[in-house]
Design a protein around this ligand. Structure first.
Ligand code: MN
Length: 205
């Protein structure tokens, strides 16, 4: 199986003025694309792993030969994370969680406001490069945390339903060093219909 770069699900200028066209062009066409290419290059000689889709590859990271494990983590993890990140920013849709996900967020974090605060903090305080995540654990509970670099929750059996890229390339052209400003903007860009649908799917996987 050759991994493909999914198209950006909306025009490159769709998130203006919050995330500019130049950022999305570089982020999708250069960064995201490079991770796909590097993943395929790493898998070229790995017949046993070529049948695995992205999620399976990350969930079964323990089966990946040690010599290429870091390359798989970095590249497969980044391909998966970027696809989810771009998708959850699709314009339109609900601006707050509703239904089962809203109930689960209230139960786990106290309120949507408390969730936003904790998610923003996870992203803003991640040292260096990484991601903030909202995941569904194997027991169906929600959890929120950040990871470094390309590390992906799928590697520990968690199913991501929302993620925020806090690598500098995600925000530097618009926000320079002001990561907290980017983080609060991101929270306003989330399409909660998409996150809610991913929650339902994760519960029934
Ligand atoms: Mn990125």
């Amino acid at each position: 199986m050759t991994h493909q770069l999914p198209p950006l699900p909306y025009p490159y200028n769709a998130l203006e003025p919050h995330i500019g066209e130049a950022t999305l062009l570089l982020h999708h066409d250069k960064h995201h694309a490079a991770y796909v290419n590097n993943l395929n290059a790493t898998l070229e000689t790995q017949a046993a792993l070529q049948g695995y889709d992205l999620e399976t590859l990350l969930r079964r990271i323990g089966e990946v030969p040690e010599a290429i494990r870091t390359a798989i983590i970095n590249n497969a993890g980044q391909v998966h994370a970027h696809t989810l990140y771009f998708e959850v920013m699709t314009p339109g849709g609900a601006t707050a969680p509703h239904g089962a996900l809203a109930e689960a967020i209230d139960k786990q974090f106290g309120s949507f406001a408390a969730f936003r605060e904790q998610f923003a903090k996870a992203g803003a305080t991640r040292f260096g490069s990484g991601w903030a995540w909202l995941v569904v654990k194997e027991d169906g509970q929600l959890a929120l945390y950040s990871t470094a670099n390309g590390d992906n929750p799928l590697m520990q059996g968690h199913t991501p339903i929302l993620t925020m890229d806090v690598w500098e390339h995600a925000y530097y052209l618009n926000y320079q060093n002001r990561r907290p400003d980017y983080v609060s903007t991101f929270l306003g860009l989330i399409n909660w219909d998409i996150v809610g649908a991913k929650y339902e799917t994760a519960l029934h996987r």
